[in-house]
Design a protein around this ligand. Structure first.
Ligand SMILES: NC(=O)c1ccc[n+]([C@@H]2O[C@H](COP(=O)([O-])OP(=O)(O)OC[C@H]3O[C@@H](n4cnc5c(N)ncnc54)[C@H](OP(=O)(O)O)[C@@H]3O)[C@@H](O)[C@H]2O)c1
Length: 346
């Protein structure tokens, strides 16, 4: 019998799932594969093994946790993503759990991958008790880029711009260095390193000749370098700095954003950081292909015609694109607003 102070099974399972979610974040935050964590619980509710996925080609979280124990019979596996049901670079986790003799599998979100899904059914068919949907929202937040790729066939798209408080990306003469301060610029470098690719339009390449590397405080290259991607029909000059980028260069050589995203998805790019300029950023917004915006606002007024965005497809107030603000941070003297389009865009 459960005493009043003893945690219920639901509380124990949710607490174990929180631990599994935390373990998931030990895995690589960039790259093709999802971050997944797993804990194994004894019938008493005690965690007896932990595992997580360390990236493409390495053991999945369930197999990593099972490998910690000589005998997993009768245990409950708590895992952040439905155990996979296919043999890819590693074997199917559902089968590994069945063979290990676990009694119950609790997971957060269904695997939407048509190739890998169906693990829950396979477990049930083998007589394992299965419970899905535990802390599903938390797990989905962690897996957003990967889920976007699986569900929509395109990367998660973050659009960034820097502007004065009155929304100008440059002064009337076109000068724009530097609107924001060092803390904002350093934050942009960290964001680059947290994405798989960075996109700019040919206008930015020709105007600024950017290197688009992710650099630390001292100018050193950060360990992860996202690959630069250029949208637009104009060829990238042979002498462009982008051609020296350590991660290579993807020239899409067209303006078709949806096709470009599909091409990037086929290269297993899950997170795209769109750095502009205004024309490309506006085109992404107009096409409804933006998942999050990062707006760096500097405490200055510039006035004039050089707005951070141009035509986003809105001609009247009722068409305004609604955003829900997730965070507002102070970076030195600047503000960073992180927001996502509201469902339906209004
Ligand atoms: N404040 C900021 O955060 C920020 C960030 C980046 C850049 N900038 C500034 O922005 C200025 C450049 O602005 P920009 O707007 O010309 O640059 P851009 O957005 O980088 O490039 C515009 C070009 O992208 C190509 N393109 C590709 N796909 C497109 C699509 N779907 N729709 C429309 N065009 C597409 C077109 O060129 P093709 O003819 O080649 O197809 C277009 O002319 C620079 O001065 C730079 O310093 C500011």
């Amino acid at each position: 019998m459960t005493s009043d102070s003893a945690p219920t099974d639901t509380a124990r399972v949710e607490s174990a799932m929180r631990r599994a979610l935390s373990l998931a974040t030990h895995g690589p935050a960039v790259g093709a594969n999802p971050q997944v964590g797993c804990v194994l619980l004894a019938p008493s509710g005690e965690i007896v093994a932990e595992g997580w996925h360390r990236g493409a080609g390495s053991d999945h979280a369930e197999v990593d946790a099972l490998a910690q124990l000589p005998d997993a019979r009768g245990l409950t596996a708590v895992v952040t993503l439905e155990p996979c049901n296919h043999t890819g670079r590693t074997g199917p986790c559902a089968q590994a759990l069945i063979e290990a003799g676990v009694a119950r599998v609790v997971y957060a979100i269904d695997d939407p991958n048509p190739v890998a899904g169906g693990g829950a059914d396979r477990l049930r068919a083998a007589g394992v008790e299965v419970l899905g949907g535990v802390l599903a929202d938390e797990a989905a937040e962690l897996l957003l880029p990967w889920l976007t790729s699986m569900r929509l066939g395109r990367p998660w798209v973050t659009v960034k711009w820097a502007s004065s408080l009155d929304g100008r990306a440059a002064a009337a003469d076109g000068s724009s260095q530097w609107i924001t301060g060092t803390a904002s610029r350093q934050h942009v470098h960290e964001q680059r390193a947290a994405h798989d690719a960075i996109a700019v339009g040919t206008g930015t390449v020709l105007a600024d000749d950017p290197s688009l590397t992710a650099r630390g405080d001292g100018g050193e290259l950060l360990p992860h370098q996202p690959v630069p991607v250029v949208f637009g029909a104009t060829p990238v000059p042979e002498t462009a700095r982008l051609r020296q980028h350590p991660a290579g260069l993807i020239e899409l050589a067209h303006r078709d954003l949806a096709a470009g995203l599909a091409e990037l998805d086929a290269r297993e790019i899950r997170r795209l950081f769109v750095e502009g300029g205004p024309t490309l950023a506006s085109a992404f917004i107009r096409a409804g292909l933006v998942d999050e915006v990062l707006i760096y606002l500097a405490p200055m007024l510039l006035g004039g015609p050089r707005t951070a965005l141009d035509d986003v497809g809105v001609t009247t107030m009722s068409e305004a694109l609604g955003l829900s603000i997730r965070r507002i941070d102070t970076l030195g003297n600047d503000l960073l607003v992180v927001a996502r389009p509201t469902a339906g865009g209004h």
